[in-house]
Design a protein around this ligand. Structure first.
Ligand SMILES: C[S@@+](CC[C@H](N)C(=O)[O-])C[C@H]1O[C@@H](n2cnc3c(N)ncnc32)[C@H](O)[C@@H]1O
Length: 444
């Protein structure tokens, strides 16, 4: 049976080309390249000289200009101004951070427990002058969660409040709290549950480290030189120290009901810190961890942890680079109908011991979830069920709990497999096995 679940994740597709057309002032920030095009009329073919515009990201001024426009256009924030001496946020990688949390951690939970209807909030530690994560989360998160941003720097806090005050609809969902050095995670009202905590921590531990790293980054980009150093400095061991402090504080909060199911997360800028933080989590006895990479021009990582068991542990996340061959699957509708038909046959053959449920996400028509009690993507298992008889009875089957997320985009299929089955952690879920499953129903 295919059922629908209501979940809304509204991801803006940002087109710089479209913005340049709509905002002629941006053309001043573009590199103009002459191109010759053929123009034909009934008698002649003429060469016409035209210009193509590509946005010049190498100048920091240009980055601020386009970021302001992106936020206005795609996140409906009409009155938005960035401070020119503060960090200019890259929107795509910040969207990716929130998207990963919402779609890999929150969405599966909603699919499995659609009835949840408690008041929820998201906390952003060190929201900065741009208020960028609360603005993005306000657009991307499931339902209208309340978002709380904290900021310790007075100038940044003032600019973030100005943005809120000038945009009434944001003020309804976002609130700001003055941060403190001693306590990074703020208190929240007792009737609100914290869905997740996000953070882009200050990176550097000293002015010397900051100046040497930033100046080496900006050798070819003289305009990139930093800005206000306060927002990038945490004297107690930079980002590592900051995230460790978040971990320590989260342990004290973990017994509070409102933080029980919270995913505590942070972005990490240096890869070796991911391992160090994972070991720190182990050392502190925190069992549920989550790691993911945010890939754009430069890679960043997400480190997450939680105290309550997550109903599904992410067993294997098959990266979109090793995808199934989409020639097999033209449309999700086609895939689901065939899968449903094939699974119901398997179910009959197993004397109703094989169980499955296919859920479609109401608003995201290219995503579906399949929950099964056996690893039916493995050909060996499917053969056993199909043959039936004594051999099937002897096997210890149909005792798993697996959630498969299939996501179709353009000509690619991205598959995530989530399972609670810790004992089976070594089961490899090759995309080939998935291909074989999809092929098998296609042939049936
Ligand atoms: C790297 S910036 C991130 C800004 C913004 N979130 C972004 O992604 O562009 C780190 C921010 O954390 C703030 N910060 C540092 N210590 C803090 C604390 N104890 N409480 C709240 N914010 C803090 C800094 O002022 C700075 O704005």
């Amino acid at each position: 049976m295919i059922e629908f679940c209501s979940y809304k994740l509204d991801v803006p597709h940002i087109s710089v080309k479209h913005l340049i057309k709509k905002y002629p002032s941006l053309q001043g920030n573009c590199i103009k390249t002459p191109v010759r095009r053929h123009q034909e009329n009934d008698r002649h073919i003429r060469l016409q000289l035209e210009y193509e515009y590509t946005y010049d990201y190498t100048k920091s001024k240009n980055q601020y200009d386009i970021t302001e426009i992106i936020v206005k256009e795609y996140f409906n924030v009409d009155n938005y101004q960035l401070l020119r001496d503060r960090l200019c946020p890259r929107i795509n990688n910040r969207m990716a951070y929130i998207l990963i949390l919402e779609s890999l951690l929150i969405e599966p939970d909603r699919i499995l427990n659609p009835q949840q209807d408690e008041k929820e909030c998201i906390i952003d530690i060190g929201t900065g002058s741009s208020l960028i994560y609360p603005i993005i989360a306000n657009k991307l998160s499931y339902k209208n969660s309340l978002i709380i941003g904290t900021e310790i720097n007075e100038v940044s806090l003032n600019n973030a409040s100005t943005i809120l005050n000038n945009n009434f609809h944001l003020k309804q969902n976002i609130s700001l709290i003055r941060g403190s050095k001693d306590k990074l995670i703020p208190s929240v009202d007792s009737d609100i549950k914290v869905k997740y905590l996000i953070c882009n921590p200050p990176f550097y531990s000293s002015k010397e480290e900051l100046l040497s790293k930033e100046s080496s980054k900006s050798i070819n980009k003289p305009n990139e030189l930093i800005i206000n150093e306060d927002e990038l400095l945490y004297e107690d061991n930079g980002e590592l120290g900051f995230v460790k402090k978040l971990i320590d504080e989260s342990i004290d909060l973990s017994t509070q009901y409102k933080f029980k199911r919270c995913w505590f997360t942070s972005q990490v800028g240096i890869h070796k810190h991911v391992e160090e933080l994972n070991s720190y989590l182990d050392q502190k006895g925190i069992p549920y961890k989550f790691n993911e990479t945010i890939k754009f021009n430069t890679s960043r990582w997400i480190v997450g942890w939680r105290f309550e068991p997550f109903i599904f542990r992410i067993q294997k996340y098959i990266s979109p680079l090793i995808l199934c061959d989409n020639k097999i699957i033209k449309k999700l509708d086609h895939l689901l109908l065939n899968l449903d038909e094939y699974f119901s046959k398997l179910r009959k053959k197993s004397h109703d011991r094989f169980e499955y449920r296919i859920s479609r996400v109401y608003h995201n028509k290219n995503i579906c979830y399949i929950r099964t009690n056996e690893y039916v993507w493995l050909r060996r298992i499917r053969r056993l069920i199909e043959r039936g008889g004594e051999e099937l009875e002897k096997q210890n089957l149909f005792n798993k709990d697996v959630l498969i997320r299939v996501y179709l985009f353009n000509d690619k299929v991205d598959i995530n497999v989530l399972t609670t089955d810790i004992a089976d952690k070594d089961v490899t879920i090759h995309s080939n096995s998935m291909n074989s499953l999809f092929k098998s129903f296609d042939e049936n």
